[in-house]
Design a protein around this ligand. Structure first.
Ligand code: ZN
Ligand code: ZN
Length: 182
């Protein structure tokens, strides 16, 4: 179980060792990626002053993604050191409090909020996965992608299709893009 009842955290802290399953980390119905079985969360959850909660540990998992260029499935390893602070969400303490991440300048620590006396570590794991996702999902940096003419995966084979004809009006742009690529 990844839902922590803050009032039940013992003084010495609550060790968490969990095998991650999609339902508990709220990934059911997520269509951008899936969780490869075998991911783990190892953490120590401690309760501090004023019901603050400190989560330290490690998240180790693999996400199955689809390459945006060649459309092949590939896996992204996530190996994340965790050091997170949570504060109880106080009703009336600012409407968007939850959305705003408060940074404590002295420790430069990002703080989030929990509600109703419960901290859902599954939600935390889900957020870590989204943070780990790269902007460009590529099976490898130099993925050659698919031939736009015949659809062959250029990482796996060659084809004799002619180079795509470039619209002369777009030629300067194509040149720019080429430069950006090299
Ligand atoms: Zn690829
Ligand atoms: Zn081709």
């Amino acid at each position: 179980m990844l839902i922590i009842h803050v009032s039940q955290i013992p003084p010495e802290g609550l060790p968490v060792s969990a095998l991650l399953v999609p339902a508990e980390v709220h990934l059911e119905g997520e269509d951008h990626f899936t969780l490869v079985p075998g991911g783990r969360l190892e953490a120590l959850v401690e309760r501090g002053d004023e019901d603050s909660v400190h989560v330290r540990g490690r998240l180790g998992a693999r996400l199955a993604l689809q390459c945006g260029r060649c459309l092949e499935p590939y896996e992204l390893p996530v190996d994340q050191e965790l050091d997170l602070f949570y504060l109880p969400h106080r009703p009336g303490g600012g409407a968007d409090e939850e959305e705003e991440e408060v940074e404590l300048s002295d420790r430069d620590m990002v703080v989030a909020f929990y509600r109703g006396g419960q901290l859902d570590l599954g939600q935390m794991v889900r957020e870590q996965f989204f943070l780990a996702l790269p902007m460009k999902r590529l099976c490898r940096e130099d993925c050659a992608g698919l031939c736009p003419t015949c659809g062959i995966n250029r990482n796996q084979g060659r084809c004799d299709c002619p180079e795509e004809p470039v619209d002369p009006r777009l030629a300067p742009l194509a040149k720019l893009l080429d430069r950006g690529r090299s």
